[in-house]
Design a protein around this ligand. Structure first.
Ligand code: IPD
Ligand code: CA
Length: 289
């Protein structure tokens, strides 16, 4: 089935609502950061989760269900998937949510934490909203309608010379020595091209907004999940940037690999240096125990 609306601008209401919900979620996160934060772990001892992650996801999904009805829209949320909900993108209208991107930052008081909400229909991303809640910056973009930060149009940088670039990468939460070795070997090669600098904010969503505003030329990572990058993908694209797979092929939201950049020249120059390692797809069939 293909989902279409007869209305001229079918998803405007959903887009506006996502902005309101993201702001509300960010306020909850800001408040929660003022008191003691109780931390648990997920896939590894450095993959952190807090009560706030779970609470904020419930608030977001609860608000969306109330507004758009339970049956018609699907939801992929980081904490729901952690609890065993499926992570499969179908043709149905689907919300892809990271309630707290940068949980480690949140726990430590490192000042970049974002709420990321994206919406896809027929497997195509329609819009993305990222609220960088400690900086109080609202990033948003709709397919074909440009990208904004707080209602100001944003654009990627026009740098084509890799020697004049700043590149972001992260090391994620998988600390197996072979993977860490590849990550740092890639970073070393990129640093020594040389580039002006390497950075990382600790949130994939914010990193993509930094590509979109032109503060950096590219952000790439293997091991991220669809909820980390879905909203950012729309924002980067609408700001004039490009998305590619780490092997140079087309970007695949569920593949857990991504290069986002201001242009294809920069993206392909970085791809030349990336040492690829395996990461199980987000939509891989769940292993029976
Ligand atoms: C993480 C952040 C981080 C990225 C990790 C993600 P979380 O998300 O986006 O920047 O390197 O791969 O898992 O756990 O803070 O929601
Ligand atoms: Ca995340």
């Amino acid at each position: 089935t293909s989902y279409r609306s007869t209305m001229e601008d079918p998803w405007q209401k959903a887009y506006d609502f996502a902005v309101t919900v993201a702001r509300k979620a960010g306020e909850v996160i800001r408040k929660a950061g003022e008191s003691e934060i109780k931390v648990s772990t997920k896939s590894s001892t450095v993959d952190l989760v807090t009560k706030t992650d779970e609470r904020v996801e419930k608030i977001i999904i609860g608000s969306l269900k109330e507004e758009f009805g339970e049956g018609t829209h699907c939801f992929i949320g980081e904490e729901s998937v952690a609890k065993g909900e499926p992570c499969i993108l179908t043709h149905k209208p689907t919300w892809i949510i990271d309630p707290v991107d940068g949980t480690t930052n949140f726990v430590h008081g490192f000042p970049f934490v974002a709420v990321s909400i994206a919406f896809a229909v027929n497997k195509q991303l329609e819009f993305g909203v990222i609220y960088s809640c400690l900086e109080d910056k609202m990033y948003k973009a709709r397919n074909g309608k440009g990208a904004y930060c707080d209602d100001e149009l944003i654009q990627v940088s026009d740098v084509k010379d890799i020697n004049k670039s700043i590149i972001i990468s992260e090391h994620g939460t998988d600390r197996s020595p072979e993977k860490v070795k590849k990550i740092f070997s890639t970073m070393q090669k990129i640093l020594c091209i040389p580039v002006h600098g390497l950075r990382g904010s600790g949130t994939a969503a914010t990193n993509m907004c930094l590509v979109a505003t032109g503060a950096v030329e590219a952000f790439f990572e293997i091991g991220i999940h669809c909820w980390d990058i879905a909203a950012g993908a729309v924002i980067v694209k609408e700001a004039g940037g490009v998305l590619l797979d780490v092997d140079g092929g087309p970007f695949d939201l569920m593949s857990r690999r991504m290069v986002s950049a201001n242009n294809e020249v920069i993206a392909r120059r970085i791809i030349k240096e990336i040492e690829i390692f395996s990461a199980e797809r987000d939509d891989a069939p769940i292993q029976k125990k």
